[in-house]
Design a protein around this ligand. Structure first.
Ligand code: HSE
Length: 436
């Protein structure tokens, strides 16, 4: 069979990994795909860098538009990142009738609906396994492996940088800013590290997972996003003492009133497998009605792990290229005319548990005032810690865990607690999920 010919746009960490893995495992890949996959051209602004790395074995160009529209190209791999140039090239590739493979979660989360519509029109595939959780084949699992199920919820550690930071803060007792510098030096962080630490990168990935799980349009703009930059050592230690671990989780859940789509620091029981995912590793826990809970774990970033996902997409395209477009796996798991614009649940209506920490004056009646406010908001306390004040101090930390309650009730209760004279700090509020 004729080889499938590929234009590779972007020769950075993932692009070079894709080139190397394809070269190294070519014969194994051909045995699976039934045909060779050939990189016909690599496009990068730094053509000298690519020439040096490939030793002249591949045509190198700085002109993406000219390359992607060449008649001999079947597939365009977009590994540039960002929303502007990448979008222009992806749309041009589709317009030219090329199949597209992309690792670009930001692009899909924000422009995916438009990209899929254009691709459907042209009858081409858009594959994006590498966009979520790097090398973990979680797109394939959610879109195809779990197709018999009604998916109930997904909770994932889907940003390696923030997981690395939280692991180091817990393991070594280091402050946030110091660990962030380490993560940047190790090359884990996105070009703009605020995407990692403020939850944006995780929200891009969660948006994609949510759409695949529930058959809804991609709606990144409706995601609730809160990062890890204001977390303190004290919260990691108190969480530990109460049997919980602090993770940046992406959570999407189908409820009777709408879809939850939220990324925020979350306490989860230390005994859960997912609580023990450390460093830059990713894990996605999917709860579905027939299979129950399944957990997908592995490298969420990096050159060859992400290349593994890119090449899996290439093999899918090689196998399905000649199939009638109507018989291919739909872009977002559900048939296009079955995508439902379900309402998104406002954060104030989300039901979850909470960790609340506050510093109070150590005098009679303080705890009674706080518990009265919580009771008035129908917020039930599940656990509590109060430490004796240090010698000579007249203030103490109180830490409370609530049972499940409505976020809006907790927000109002926090305002009332912070208004008490006896409460001398802002209330630290972290959501808690049992993931049972
Ligand atoms: N910056 C991302 C992370 C890797 O830390 O997980 C690519 O998605």
């Amino acid at each position: 069979m004729k080889p499938i010919r590929v234009a590779l746009l972007g020769f950075g960490v993932v692009g070079s990994g894709t080139y190397n893995v394809l070269l190294r495992n070519q014969s194994e890949i051909v045995r699976r795909a039934g045909r060779a996959i050939e990189i016909a051209a690599i496009v990068d602004l730094d053509t000298e860098k690519v020439k040096a790395a490939t030793g002249g074995a591949v045509e190198v160009s700085g002109d993406a538009m000219a390359t992607l529209s060449r008649p001999d190209i079947d597939v365009v791999i977009e590994l540039i990142g960002g929303y502007t140039i990448a979008k222009k090239f992806v749309m041009a590739a589709i317009e030219a009738g090329k199949h597209v493979v992309t690792a670009n979660k930001a692009l899909l989360a924000t422009h995916g609906n438009e990209i899929f519509a254009a691709a459907r029109e042209k009858g081409v595939m858009v594959a994006f396994e590498a966009a979520v959780a790097g090398g973990i084949p979680v797109i394939k699992a959610v879109r195809e492996g779990l197709t018999a199920n009604r998916i109930e919820w997904i909770a994932g550690i889907i940003n390696g940088t923030s997981n690395f930071i939280l692991s180091e803060m817990r393991g070594k007792g280091l402050p946030f800013t110091e660990v962030l510098k380490q993560a940047q030096a190790l090359g884990y962080a996105e070009a703009d590290p605020t995407f990692d630490i403020e939850g944006v990168d995780a929200a891009h990935k969660l948006t994609i997972l949510s759409s695949l799980a529930f058959g809804t349009p991609l709606q990144f703009e409706k995601a609730y996003v809160e990062g890890i930059s204001s977390l303190e050592q004290a919260d990691i230690r108190y969480a530990e003492e109460l049997g919980y671990r602090l993770k940046l989780l992406g959570i999407t859940r189908r409820t009777a009133n709408g879809i939850e789509l939220r990324v925020h620091p979350t306490l989860i029981p230390s005994k859960r497998l997912i609580a023990n995912v450390e460093g830059v590793m990713n894990a996605v826990l999917v709860k579905a009605d027939a299979v129950g809970a399944t957990l997908y774990y592995g490298a969420g970033a990096g050159s060859e792990p992400t290349a593994s996902a890119v090449i899996a997409d290439l093999v899918d395209i090689a196998r399905l290229q000649s199939a009638d477009p109507r018989n291919r796996v739909p872009y977002s798991a559900f048939q296009a005319d079955q995508v439902e614009d379900l309402p998104m649940l406002p954060m104030d209506d989300v039901k979850t548990s909470f960790y609340l920490r506050m510093r109070v004056a150590d005098r009679p009646g303080v705890l009674a005032d706080i518990t009265r406010i919580l009771a008035q908001g129908s917020i039930s306390i599940g656990a509590m810690i109060q430490k004796e004040p240090a010698a000579g101090e007249a203030q103490a930390d109180i830490v409370l865990l609530t049972h499940q309650c409505i976020e809006g009730d907790v927000r109002r209760a926090i305002s009332a607690i912070e208004a008490l004279d006896s409460v001398v700090s802002a209330v630290t509020r972290i959501r808690l999920e049992e993931l049972a």
